[in-house]
Write a protein that binds this ligand. Structure first.
Ligand code: ADP
Length: 548
């Protein structure tokens, strides 16, 4: 006995019923027909009648065995008992009626087929033996040998045909078994693949709903393929109903007013793959609008063909709001400070004038106060500029060379006081469209920084070059330099390098922010190349005539 798992138990029970239905039941029917025909039509001897009875009884017995024994509980090989017993029934029937009804011998193919179908190729010998037994049964009973060569031939004809039938049935069965195995394997694989896909789908959905970001996947035509809970909440918060075709999405550029069209080209343009830190966009209008920081990634198939874009967005409305509050606070404070400070400067000038009128030299403390008040005023206007309160850039025809010469002349005494060599290459005359006051500010800032961040005995070199289309100013020093990570931030407002802080070098971290915004307003660019401990080179490049 073998213990089988439930599924294989059921499978075997099913097989048993199938075998009974497919082989044993027709066999029983055929036997009953043969018996009925033989007794009704043939003129049989009592012994032949008796043999037919034995054949029928044995067949009924094997059919009952086949139907009622729980074969699935036994080793499969035991089932072979039934066809083997069937051979015995066929032997009796054939002996009784076979000579007159030669077709009776054909009954032998029922057990042969069963054996060949159910068992391995090695059981073909059982079929041959069974058929041989059936064919030689009359001689076994009489304990004689077949008398003539024809009789011998008859004895061997049946097992030979049985072998042929058994072989072809076995081969067909094996083919079927292979197909069934293949089908089962494919079904199993399919089921596993489906299960894996389902798990992946569930985990993706869980990740989408857990992350603190709105995720939307668009196809190449800008239609929404999927979006997570937060993406819907964002739309809700902005009081928008965004359809799966992207309709209803009111999206604006970072200026808050230029709309982003919902067509794929505009989306690709706006989101581009090359904004790794994300892009600021606005969704919705009026008081309900949201500021979102959006990052995107084009999805491509293995062959490189794009099939969509995944868009990840964070709500930064409160952050933007607090930046706005900070800026308006800075602007207000700077404005408010300017008035009393200007009054202070005026009054100090008056004091100095009056003292001079009275023939008294103003004490050095007054000069110190003047210096510090001037610094405070400078800081105030830097803050205003940095907060975007700058007077609009007024670009007119100007000359850059004169500005650079004036700025280097003014810086010469500071450089000398700091014991720094200030080298100025031959300054050419460069006519260009500029806001002279602002460009002077740029040169002053870069020079002041170069002197400030260079140690005693260092060198600062200034050069101005121009070609037909652009002019560029290079301010290089061999000072303390800036680490590569910090270089990314020095143009941000209030950013100061760790080294500048450590050395307590004066500054508010506004100069470069103002400089780069002036350069930007002229349609130019500013670049830094620097190695810590070796020095920095700032290069400003501006078109001589800004693009319209
Ligand atoms: P501030 O000079 O007032 O600190 P800036 O905006 O001009 O502010 O500069 C920002 C930071 O960039 C400085 O604090 C300093 O760390 C760095 N930096 C600017 N210019 C130089 C330079 N020539 N050499 C070294 N570091 C510099």
């Amino acid at each position: 006995m073998v213990s089988s798992p439930a599924s294989s138990f059921r499978e075997r029970a099913r097989l048993r019923l199938r075998a009974v239905g497919a082989v044993q039941a027709p066999f029983l029917a055929a036997v009953l027909v043969v018996a009925a025909v033989s007794t009704a039509v043939l003129d049989l001897t009592p012994l032949q009648d008796f043999f037919i009875l034995i054949g029928v009884v044995v067949t009924i017995g094997t059919s009952a065995l086949a139907a009622f024994v729980p074969w699935e509980r036994f080793d499969h090989g035991w089932v072979a008992i039934i066809p083997v017993l069937d051979f015995i029934a066929v032997a009796f029937l054939r002996d009784a009626a076979g000579l007159i009804l030669p077709g009776v011998g054909g009954l032998v193919f029922f057990p042969v087929i069963w054996l060949a179908y159910e068992f391995a190729l090695t059981t073909v010998w059982l079929s041959i033996t069974g058929a041989l037994f059936v064919a030689s049964f009359p001689y076994i009973l009489m304990l004689t040998l077949p008398p003539t060569p024809l009789d011998w031939a008859r004895v061997f004809l049946l097992p030979t045909s049985a072998a042929g039938v058994a072989l072809s049935v076995r081969l067909a069965a094996r083919h079927l078994e292979r197909q069934r195995d293949q089908l089962q394997r494919t079904t199993r694989e399919l089921r596993n693949a489906l299960a894996t896909e389902e798990e992946e789908r569930l985990s993706l959905a869980a990740v989408e709903d857990t992350v603190d970001a709105a995720i939307t996947v668009l196809d190449v035509d800008g239609r929404v393929l999927r979006r997570n809970r937060l993406a819907l909440e964002f739309a809700d918060a902005a009081r928008l109903t965004i359809g799966l075709d992207g309709s209803g999405a009111k999206v604006f550029q970072s200026d808050g007013s230029t709309p982003v069209a919902a067509d794929p080209a505009s989306i690709a343009d706006t989101l581009g793959n090359e904004a790794p830190d994300g892009r600021l966009l606005w969704i919705g209008e009026g008081a309900d609008r949201l500021a979102i920081m959006v990052r995107s990634q084009v999805l491509t198939r293995a062959d490189g063909e794009p099939f969509g874009t995944v868009v990840v967005a964070h709500d930064i409305t409160r952050l933007i709001e607090s930046i706005r509050v900070r800026e308006s606070f800075l602007t207000t404070v700077s404005h408010e400070l300017r008035t009393p400070l200007t009054a202070l400067v005026g009054n100090l000038d008056l004091i100095v004038d009056r003292l001079e009128d009275a023939g008294i030299q103003a004490p050095s403390e007054v000069a110190a106060i003047e210096r510090n008040v001037a610094r405070l005023l400078g800081l105030g206007s830097d803050l205003l500029l940095a907060a975007g309160d700058a007077a609009a850039t007024r670009i007119v025809q100007g000359e850059v060379g004169a500005l650079v010469r004036a700025a280097t002349d003014a810086a010469a005494s500071r450089a000398a006081a700091a014991q720094i060599r200030l080298l100025v290459d031959d300054v050419p005359t460069v006519a260009a469209m500029i806001d002279s006051a602002q460009i002077r500010q740029v040169v002053d800032h870069l020079l002041a920084n170069a002197i400030k961040f260079t140690e005693v005995d260092g060198t600062v070199q200034v050069s101005l070059r121009a070609d037909e289309a652009t002019w560029s100013l290079v301010v290089a020093d061999d000072g303390i330099g800036i680490g590569s990570r910090e270089q990314e931030h020095i143009f941000e407002r209030f950013y100061r390098s760790g080294e500048a802080e450590r050395r307590a070098i004066q500054g508010a971290g506004l100069g470069l922010a103002i400089t780069s915004s002036i350069v930007g307003a002229h349609g130019g660019a500013i670049r830094v190349d620097s190695v810590p401990g070796r020095g920095s080179t700032f290069t400003v490049t501006i078109p001589r005539v800004p693009a319209a």
